[in-house]
Ligand binder design. Sequence first.
Ligand SMILES: NC(=O)c1ccc[n+]([C@@H]2O[C@H](COP(=O)([O-])OP(=O)(O)OC[C@H]3O[C@@H](n4cnc5c(N)ncnc54)[C@H](O)[C@@H]3O)[C@@H](O)[C@H]2O)c1
Length: 283
Amino acid sequence: MGRMTGKVALISGIARGQGRSHAITLAEQGADIIGFDICEDIPTNDYPLATLDDLRETIRLVEKTGRRIIAEKADARDRAAIGILLTDAMARFEHLDVVVANAGICPLGAGKPVSAFTDAVDVDLLGVINTVHAALPHLTPGGSVIITGSVAGILSGNGPSHGPQGPGGAGYSLSKRFLIDYTNTLALQLAPTKTRANAVHPTNCDTPLLHNAPMYHTFRPDLEAPTAEDALSGFQSMQAMPIPWVDPGDISNAVLFLASDESRYITGHHLTVDAGATTKRGL
Ligand SMILES: NC(=O)c1ccc[n+]([C@@H]2O[C@H](COP(=O)([O-])OP(=O)(O)OC[C@H]3O[C@@H](n4cnc5c(N)ncnc54)[C@H](O)[C@@H]3O)[C@@H](O)[C@H]2O)c1
């Protein structure tokens, strides 16, 4: 018996990065997987998002575990599309036990238009809410909602739109900050059916959202075209432990715990996977 035997999990942003890692981890523990990913770029976001080939690779890797997967191209900003995917998937899988609202963008960069701010909020806040709200009518009582926040939401004040992070960075931080309150309030709404809502808050994680030119520039604004190596000491200074980032699998282990019945009475909880980044700042 795996820790997820008999369960079905919905994961957004499943084509690569943390979403792919969550899918494989939950499937290895016996879950069947439903997922979606935008599989196209968003113009204000300067690094490429996942592709259909990435999505196919996630499907291949989940099927390799022996579990079933239904995964399609869909945009978290389109609640109706998520609803259609879920209705179709329910015809085959019959129930839904876990929602991992993971998809996100980080359109950093100074001098961007205000649409970088609205894109970040539309994907990182509204996209999460769409994913959860489309899933709730299908979610089994006693199920688990897991929201991917960020250490950025715990540490940030009102993100300045004039610094190297720009309006997209402000939208990212605002979204992650609002998700803390959203998770807490949702947890109270779901508690009567013993359904849970929790959040994981990663620090720097080794995915394309971290490894891109605008992000390197945020950590080294003194350089015109910093490399990963240039940004390394900045990345490392975030955490108390001497590491620049965590691996997607580190986040997946937290997601697995919150998805499984081992955490059945844990709700409204904020699980930082941050190598001491928040503790270092007295939080
Ligand atoms: N990587 C980090 O350093 C870090 C740190 C803290 C929090 N996070 C959060 O972790 C989550 C996962 O990001 P990641 O690190 O795996 O990055 P990633 O870029 O590798 O993965 C994000 C995935 O979401 C998909 N996506 C983006 N917009 C979408 C949309 N509108 N609809 C559907 N899918 C969409 C992308 O195509 C991609 O596959 C995000 O919510 C991110 O904010 C990341």
